[in-house]
Design a protein around this ligand. Structure first.
Ligand SMILES: [Fe+2]
Ligand SMILES: [Fe+2]
Length: 386
């Protein structure tokens, strides 16, 4: 390698490390690593995949100049017996080591690897180099960084060492963020111990909010992460409410309603100092604002309410209506939908309600079940094998 490219590599690496150790966003860690490694190895495609609870490695992001359509459909199994589990990515994940091999995928016909095959033939991706994102001391594998190269040989020894180093730093950052996530989750659990409301309610609000946001055109992964945290912590302020009020089965008195309403502001004060949550803190604060300005705590109106908080309001209300309460049975889907429609433009953002109505009842049910199985979280430590 000549001096100029050496310096270029060093600069790239420096910039990546600086971001990885500072950021509070998992998506950002993965994206910067994918982009940097693509440039360092001159790889047309770099894919970062992470394990899901059902034994698949799913693409989380990609880097490199090759078009990425269809990449998100890729499913890599961690099971050697499965046809989708015989490639370098699953081997690197299972054996916790670097795997390099010529890209001759030993896949069975009939397995849907369309994006992979398309990329391979269109861009001549001839070699696969897969690096586990492994925490050096704890030996936790957070995912795999798979580099597709358009040459018949893998990275040389020096390049390999640099990428392995970067993968380790990324894994440490993911570990730090996972610990933060566990800490915040324990706050949610503490609330649930006091409140009759189930953990499932929180996870459903997370999943429903994500769905609505995607329909409303949210595509930035960091924004979606913030929304997820806003949804996760939306009612954390209720932790300060007296049990007699929190669990009261009947109607609340005027004074009690006043106490309950304080939870939005109290929740904001609890999370205010957590810089890493970014705008999620505003979502916690404003999730009870109304589109017509009649909500609380500030009486914000329309677009003055952050969009994430408007989305949360619809997701929260939908789940509250369709869940059983001590004082009333669950509403059926059709009733809940009618109520949301009726309140569009008054309590709720009409765009968020329209997005809600564009999803079939079957799909909402599927999301509800996925949330109840805990599919809301892709990055928890136990998922990574800690
Ligand atoms: Fe609330
Ligand atoms: Fe709620």
């Amino acid at each position: 390698m000549d001096l100029a490219s050496c310096l270029r590599q060093e600069k790239l690496l420096h910039r990546a490390l600086e971001t990885v150790v500072r950021t509070n966003s998992e998506s950002r860690v993965l994206q910067i690593v994918a982009d940097t490694v693509s440039r360092m190895l001159d790889a047309p495609l770099v894919l970062v995949s992470a394990p899901d609870p059902e034994g698949w490695l799913l693409p989380r992001c990609s880097g490199g100049p090759v078009a990425k359509e269809g990449i998100e459909r890729l499913r890599i199994s961690v099971d050697t017996a499965a046809p989708e589990g015989r490639g370098a990515t699953s081997l690197a994940f299972r054996d916790r080591r670097y795997v390099g091999s010529p890209a001759a995928p030993p896949y069975s016909p009939g397995v849907d690897l369309t994006p992979w095959r398309w990329h391979q033939s269109a861009f001549g991706l001839d070699y696969v180099a897969a690096f586990p994102l492994i925490h050096a001391q704890r030996r936790i594998v957070f995912g795999v960084l798979t580099c597709y190269l358009s040459r018949m040989q893998g990275p040389d020894e020096a390049q390999r060492r640099v990428v392995e180093g970067l993968a380790c730093v990324a894994a440490s950052a993911l570990y730090r963020l996972a610990l933060q996530e566990e800490t915040l989750l324990s706050l949610v659990t503490a609330l649930q111990e006091r409140d009759g409301e189930t953990q499932e309610h929180t996870f459903r609000v997370v999943r429903f909010s994500e769905q609505l946001a995607e329909l409303l055109g949210w595509s930035n992964l960091e924004d979606l992460e913030r929304l997820r945290w806003g949804a996760m912590l939306h009612d954390v302020g209720k932790i300060c409410l007296p049990l007699a009020v929190l669990r009261k089965p009947g109607r609340l008195t005027g004074e009690e309603i006043h106490q309950v309403r304080r939870h939005a502001e109290v929740g904001y004060r609890i999370v205010q100092g957590l810089e890493g949550l970014g705008e999620a803190r505003q979502f916690v604060r404003f999730h009870h604002e109304r589109f017509d300005g009649e909500g609380y705590p500030c009486g914000l109106r329309g677009d003055a309410i952050p969009e994430g908080a408007r989305i949360l309001a619809v997701a929260d209300a939908f789940d509250a209506m369709t869940s059983e309460r001590p004082y009333r049975p669950a509403l059926v889907y059709q009733r809940a939908r009618a109520e949301l429609r009726q309140a569009a433009g008054r309590q709720f953002d009409p765009r968020a309600v329209r997005a809600f109505c564009s999803v079939s009842p079957q799909e909402w049910e599927r999301l509800r079940q996925a949330a109840d199985r805990g599919v809301y979280s892709r990055y928890c430590l136990h998922r990574a094998g800690a």
